[in-house]
Design a protein around this ligand. Structure first.
Ligand code: KIV
Ligand code: NA
Length: 276
């Protein structure tokens, strides 16, 4: 399949075709996703928890993100890739935001970047867009500011909070974002936003709209610390991997592995070898 562009994503919204996407952090996952026909891939700063074992996304650095984006690009050369800007790579100033957004394109060949926040981050979105870089917004539950939100909690569940989420969505579109991700808000709010905005609106844990995102480590059953309500597990890789490792350990200890199938035999006739 041909690599999709912004124009395909606009068209898909107009034609009411759903966009299916996941996060990917490494070469194998990216290559499986591309082979399966995934519409796009996010190299999320959730890599902090899913790959690096941190308790949150806060410690993740630009270097972590760039390096994982590079691996994902190598695994999925024909897929639209979104680089996720880590905490403190865009919060300080518009200039810092533009410079770090540019690094994703120059150093990791991503197609766009994503950052968290609505009204409060609109000037960053505008500055990055004016630099010629496609921006995806991210509103609702924004994990980098979960300290302010009182934890990883669903947003927009009462009327005032729902209004705030809708205002954020409008601000993100107004600032020039090409698409927006809505995380963990009621489906009624998400549906309203998707109808209101001209840009594509995607959901993670926010009900039906123009497309769905899941975290690959959740979908595959690799991430074990906790499972949000919105996750559907399509596999249990943790169980499969632990079982495979256990069998390997047993076979090494018993001598059942390796067998004659797993060794390289000497090429010379045996007599010559014994003379050496
Ligand atoms: O980092 C990530 O995977 C994300 C999703 C949780 C939306 O930003
Ligand atoms: Na993120």
């Amino acid at each position: 399949a041909k690599k999709k562009s912004i124009l395909d994503f606009y068209r898909m919204k107009q034609e009411k075709q759903q966009v299916a996407w996941i996060t990917a952090y490494d070469f194998p996952t990216a290559s499986f996703a591309e082979a399966a026909g995934m519409d796009m891939l996010l190299v999320g700063d959730s890599l902090g928890m899913c790959v690096l074992g941190y308790q949150s996304t806060i410690p993740v650095t630009m270097e972590d993100c760039i390096s994982h984006c590079q691996a994902v690009r190598r695994g999925a050369p024909k897929t639209w890739i979104i680089g996720d800007m880590p905490f403190m790579s865009y919060q300080s100033s518009d200039q810092q935001a533009v410079e770090n957004a540019g690094r994703f394109l120059k150093e990791a060949d991503t197609d766009c970047i994503k950052l968290e926040g609505g009204i409060r981050i609109a000037s960053r979105i505008k500055a990055i867009t004016e630099a010629g870089i496609a921006v995806m917004g991210h509103i609702g539950l924004t994990p980098q500011s979960s300290g302010q939100l009182g934890g990883h909690k669903a947003q927009g569940r009462d009327v005032n909070n729902a209004r705030a989420v809708i205002k954020d969505a409008l601000a993100v579109q107004e600032a020039g974002a090409y698409a927006i991700l809505v995380e963990a808000v009621p489906p009624e709010v998400t549906g309203f936003i998707a109808d209101l905005l001209t840009i594509p609106v995607y959901s993670i844990g926010a009900g039906p709209c123009d497309g769905q995102l899941l975290i690959s480590a959740d979908l595959l059953g690799q991430f074990q610390a906790f499972t949000p309500k919105f996750v559907k597990k399509y596999a249990n890789v943790a169980e499969i991997a632990t079982k495979a490792f256990g069998e390997y350990i047993e076979e090494v200890r018993s001598g059942a592995f390796p067998t004659d199938d797993h060794v390289y035999h000497i090429i010379e006739p045996e007599e010559d070898f014994q003379k050496m």
